[in-house]
Design a protein around this ligand. Sequence first.
Ligand SMILES: [Zn+2]
Length: 358
Amino acid sequence: MKGLGSEENSWYLSALRTLRSSCRFYDVHVHPYEILFDRFSYDSDYSNPLLLNLPGKSYTAPSLSRFQFPETAEFNDEPHSQQLRDISVMLLRRVYGSVGEQVIADQMNLSAVDQVLLLPAAPDSSDATPFDNRMRWVKTLYGNQEKFWIAGCIPPSISGEEIRQCAANQQQQYGIKALKCHPVVSGIDLGTTKRKEWLEMMLLACHELKLPLLIHGGRNNPYWGGSRGNFGSIGHLKEINFSLSQHPVILAHAGFHRCSIQEIKQEGLPILKKMLKSHANLYIDVSGIGFEPMKLVLQSVESERIIFGSDALYVPQWEAVTMTMHALKELGMQWEESFVQLASINPKMIIFKDQEPC
Ligand SMILES: [Zn+2]
């Protein structure tokens, strides 16, 4: 299995710090809390107002270590049993044991990242009010706009006609800079005409409100008894008219979350290329896919359409940074320039625009 040692990680990150003297680095895919199950509630850390901990947990700052690249072979279609799901939640308690400005800022310091886009996601059960509370909580916890921009999300119970108003309210109240749609977490089956139209209403709202849209794309997620496997598959996404908005649409995970390398090669990439050709406003992020799929994507898609994303904290941000740099280097590309394109030039042009120079 491939991976990177501590020294290699430090080497990549110090190269990045040198580049940082002339540009800012961005990450468009960070989750401010555990979005998959959304079951955790936190205690305040009275010694640090920038931090919340799960009961009985204390915060440890991240540090560099050796790590192995995630392999796509580990993914399979088997639905998780209730017991396995409970184990997953327990493991996620470790990943999201603490939240708040301190937690993400420490990741960013370690990874030489200047600004991130935080992506909340409305669970399938969520009505407008509980999710509104969640958005308020996120805004309070991550109020530092120099570091954190926040995306909104439309709860699945909101009708197509109400999407625009819901997004406008979030824009006004929480200053959202984009919308996130997570078909798997929110239980949105894009294979149905009703939900396809619903997403297209969202695109029209994004157009009117000038908001970029980030949409989770991939095939399988085993946590819901395997039942939501195709909700956000690229096969469904290709039927969506993304050109309904003139503002950017970013297909997260390049549309290949938990897809095998064979699927990506044989079916995924040809579809993705067609979609990118049809919709000039469509981009991809390379978060949450394994090393080989990432290389394949970096090789096949023009670099102007690719944005760096980490999927932190599910993946430590610095691991995503060094793995991406390593993939570019292994492909024989001008890896420093290419990383600047993906993590600085493109996100600045596509998402983090209209900012005062700093
Ligand atoms: Zn994600």
